[in-house]
Design a protein around this ligand. Structure first.
Ligand SMILES: [Zn+2]
Length: 283
C-alpha cells in the first residue's frame, strides 16, 4: 500500500513489509566517535529503543559490503561536514540503511514495495515518518551511500521539506565524491551547454530555472550538474554570496517564509549570475 507522494521521490511516505532474517547491524553514533557492531535478529518494525538522537545510520545487510570500514569512516565525517555547510549543527537521528546483495534483489524489492519509485542505484525514502536508505552492493556503494546520507541529514535538519530540491540534490552531489571527480563529471555537461561563450548564462542552468523543478523524476543530468555547481559556488567565500546562502539556510531552518534564494541574491548581489559564470570557467 502506498500513501500519497508528497513532493519529490525522496520524500514519499509508505508502508513496507520486511521479512524476518538475521542480519549484521552496525551503528554509527552521531558526530562523535561511537561506532560499534552488533549481531541482531532484526524485524523491520522494531524501533531502536533508547537510541533516538544518538545514533544515525543503522545498517541491515546479509553480507558485509566490501570496503565497509572505509565506507563507515567516510560516512562518519558527514554530519560535521554538513554542519559547516549549514552554519549550524546537523540534526542526527536514526536512519535505516538496507543494503541489497545485488540489483536483481533490489529491483524485485522495489517492484513489490515501491512500484512507482525511480529505478536508480539507491534511494532515500521516508516510510511512515522513518527515514530509510536503500542501496545495492557494488562499486558505487560508497558514492551512493554518501549521496543518500546527505538527503537523510537535510531531511532531519530542515523539517517539512523546507530545503529546496535543487539544494538537496546539489549538496548530495557535492558530498558523494571528490571535487576533482565531480568537476570532471559535471563540468563536462556544463561546458557543453555553455559552448565557447562565457557571457550568457543558459536558461537551464540559471538558479531561477532550477528552483522551478519540483521532482527529481523530471531532473536530468544538466539539472544535477547545475545544482552541484550552484552549491559549490555559494559555498565558496570568493564570490560574495556565502552570507546570503547562510542567512537563507538559517531562515528555512527556522521555518521562516524564505522565498527564493535567486530573489535574495538578485537584491544583494545584482551581478551574481556573472559571478557564477566566472566560477564556471574555473572548474
Ligand atoms: Zn539525490
Amino acid at each position: 500500500m502506498v500513501s500519497p507522494v508528497i513532493t519529490t521521490d525522496s520524500t514519499f511516505d509508505h508502508y513496507w513489509h520486511v521479512s524476518r532474517r538475521a542480519v549484521l547491524r552496525s551503528v554509527i553514533g552521531g558526530t562523535a566517535s561511537l561506532l560499534f557492531t552488533a549481531r541482531v535478529n532484526w524485524v523491520g518494525a522494531t524501533e531502536p529503543s533508547t537510541t533516538a538522537g544518538k545514533q544515525w545510520l543503522q545498517f541491515h545487510y546479509t553480507e558485509a559490503p566490501r570496503g565497509f570500514e572505509e565506507i563507515l569512516a567516510e560516512l562518519k565525517q558527514l554530519p560535521l561536514r554538513l554542519s559547516e555547510v549549514y552554519g549550524s549543527p546537523a540534526i542526527v537521528r536514526a536512519v535505516n540503511v538496507l543494503i541489497f546483495s545485488d540489483r536483481q534483489q533490489y529491483f524485485a524489492h522495489l517492484e513489490k514495495t515501491l512500484p512507482t519509485a525511480p529505478r536508480r542505484n539507491s534511494l532515500f525514502i521516508v516510510r511512515s515518518g522513518r527515514p530509510t536508505i536503500l542501496a545495492v552492493q557494488g562499486k558505487t556503494l560508497l558514492q551512493d551511500l554518501m549521496h543518500e546520507a546527505v538527503h537523510s541529514l537535510n531531511h532531519l535538519t530542515f523539517r517539512n521539506t523546507s530545503m529546496p530540491l535543487w539544494m538537496d540534490e546539489g549538496l548530495a552531489e557535492w558530498a558523494e565524491d571528490s571535487v576533482e571527480q565531480q568537476s570532471r563529471v559535471h563540468g563536462k555537461a556544463l561546458r557543453q551547454l555553455l559552448g565557447g561563450q562565457r557571457i550568457l548564462l543558459p536558461e537551464p542552468i540559471r538558479l531561477a530555472a532550477l528552483e522551478k523543478i519540483k521532482s527529481t523524476t523530471r531532473a536530468d543530468a544538466v539539472d544535477y550538474a547545475a545544482s552541484w555547481a550552484w552549491c559549490r559556488f555559494l559555498l565558496s567565500g570568493k564570490y560574495g554570496c556565502r552570507g546570503v546562502w547562510n542567512r537563507y539556510l538559517q531562515d528555512i531552518r527556522d521555518a521562516q517564509q524564505a522565498g527564493r534564494l535567486s530573489h535574495r541574491l538578485a537584491l544583494t548581489v545584482p551581478d551574481y549570475e556573472q559571478r557564477f559564470l566566472r566560477f564556471l570557467t574555473s572548474i
